[in-house]
Ligand binder design. Structure first.
Ligand code: UD1
Length: 424
């Protein structure tokens, strides 16, 4: 397995182009199942998760052709004119939880679907009960058989009101796609407002769906009989944006993040500003400047958008581990999302976890060490800690990073980081 070696302590300086959002790209690719016409998506990140989902769609009979966007980014043409299978098998689903998103579209267009119960990052139990309850509200009958979700709607889905018991990004996306082809009106209450959900909704509208309330907690979908193809550019990755903003902050650097938008990371921008990091909006992105030793500890609590993203919690903790003063970091979205804590501690961080909160007392300097993480964002927090640490850090299990950060070493190295991939 590849590893990444970082020799820390260099302030980053330069420019980083932000890729398209993985978490928007995945549901957008799945949306291709809703139509027999081609959907062309550009600004896709070149990531393992994108390849895994493309393989699953191909297994269902979707024709996937790689092309190039006008800006040189990866583009895919996805055409679901000849879907041959409505079963998403275990081998492909276990690699990535987002594969459960095929359930709604398959059910809406083909009236049946069989999807293996999902896997993905090991951050808590992560059930899919809300996805299933919502689809039942739309008229599906659902059973669990031999590790598979078996869903049927022989007479098609019917619009309904569904109030989601907790905010779920995936359930909102699944139901949005199902409702787009259901008969009549669907109202989704307590819907997730994450920018990736809105990106999916905008693409569905471009495909002919009738959706109002985009970006709010109530989505109204007037079902249509059929959807068509379109061309759609994926929005910038706000978690990649935030992660590199922290890379600049933790090294006391000066980095311009391009092809992105500070509005996507409002809660993080606020927290960084409070911590003493300068964030300056620039044309097509933002500039992040910090002085080493002058970042202060600030308390953070994760929450659904527009709150502080759970997907930035681990990276923010790395920053707080080197800040002046203490920070209380509270995780409210996932249980068991502090797996980076013992690894950061091996690098000299002073962190105590009690329940869903971690008290982080900043130390003047972290020390490089061999580390390993068990999920994507936790791995990034170790890279960030390594960039700030004295000496050498080896991050093991790089495949987690390859799921979510396109050309990580190249992007950091071009800003002066001493980072390289050590092949197996
Ligand atoms: C998505 C993101 C992930 C991010 C998360 C929260 C993708 C591909 N992944 O994941 O990076 O961390 O949003 O912002 O977009 N839950 C249930 N029952 C359900 C569904 C969810 O109890 O049926 C719970 C989850 O266990 C979790 C919370 O709801 O505690 C939020 O999960 P959800 O928003 O659904 O996350 P994902 O869509 O899986």
């Amino acid at each position: 397995m590849d590893r990444i070696r970082i020799r820390g302590g260099r302030p980053l300086s330069g420019e980083i182009r932000i890729s398209g959002a993985k978490n928007a790209a995945l549901p957008l690719m799945v949306a291709s199942l809703l139509t027999a016409e081609p959907l062309v998506l550009s600004n896709l990140p070149r990531l393992a998760d994108i390849a895994t989902l493309a393989r699953l769609l191909q297994a269902l009979g979707v024709a996937v052709t790689e092309t190039q966007g006008s800006d040189g980014s990866l583009a895919l043409e996805l055409c679901a004119a000849d879907v041959t299978d409505t079963t998403a098998p275990y081998d492909l689903v276990r690699k990535m939880r987002a594969t459960v998103l095929v359930l709604g579209p398959l059910l809406a267009r083909f009236r049946r679907a069989r999807v293996s119960l999902p896997g993905g990052c090991a951050i808590g139990t992560r059930p899919v009960d809300i996805h299933l309850k919502g689809l039942e509200h739309l008229g599906a009958s659902i059973t669990l058989q031999d590790g598979y979700i078996v869903a049927e709607a022989p007479h098609g889905l019917r619009g309904a009101h569904f109030q989601m018991p907790i905010v779920s990004v995936g359930a909102t996306e699944n139901l949005l796609m199902a409702a787009a082809l259901a008969e009549g009106e669907t109202v989704l209450g307590n819907a997730a407002r994450e920018p990736e959900v809105s990106d999916l909704a905008r693409c569905l509208v471009a495909m002919g769906a009738a959706i109002s309330g985009i970006g709010s907690e109530t989505l109204r979908i007037q079902g249509v009989a059929r959807l068509g193809g379109c061309r759609y550019r994926v929005l910038p990755d706000r978690i990649e944006t935030g992660s590199y903003a922290i890379a600049a902050a933790i090294t006391g650097g000066d980095v311009r993040l391009l092809d992105t938008d500070p509005e996507l990371i409002g809660a993080l921008v606020e927290a960084l500003a409070e911590a003493g990091v300068d964030i300056v909006p620039i044309a097509g992105g933002l500039r992040v400047l910090a002085r080493r030793g002058e970042v202060r500890g600030v308390d953070l609590t994760t929450a659904p958008f527009p709150g502080f993203p759970t997907d930035m919690q681990a990276q923010a903790m790395a920053l707080m581990a080197t800040a002046r003063g203490a920070a209380m970091i509270t995780e409210t979205i996932f249980e068991n999302r502090f797996m980076h804590v013992p690894e950061l501690a091996r690098m000299g961080a002073d962190i105590h976890v009690r329940g869903g909160s971690a008290l982080v007392r900043g130390v003047p300097r972290l020390k490089g060490a061999p580390v390993m993480a068990t999920d994507l964002r936790a791995s990034m927090s170790l890279v960030l800690a390594g960039l700030a640490a004295e000496g050498e850090t080896i991050v093991n299990r790089v495949y987690h990073l390859d799921r979510g950060y396109e050309r990580l070493e190249a992007k950091l190295a071009q800003c002066g980081a001493d980072i390289e991939r050590l092949p197996e």
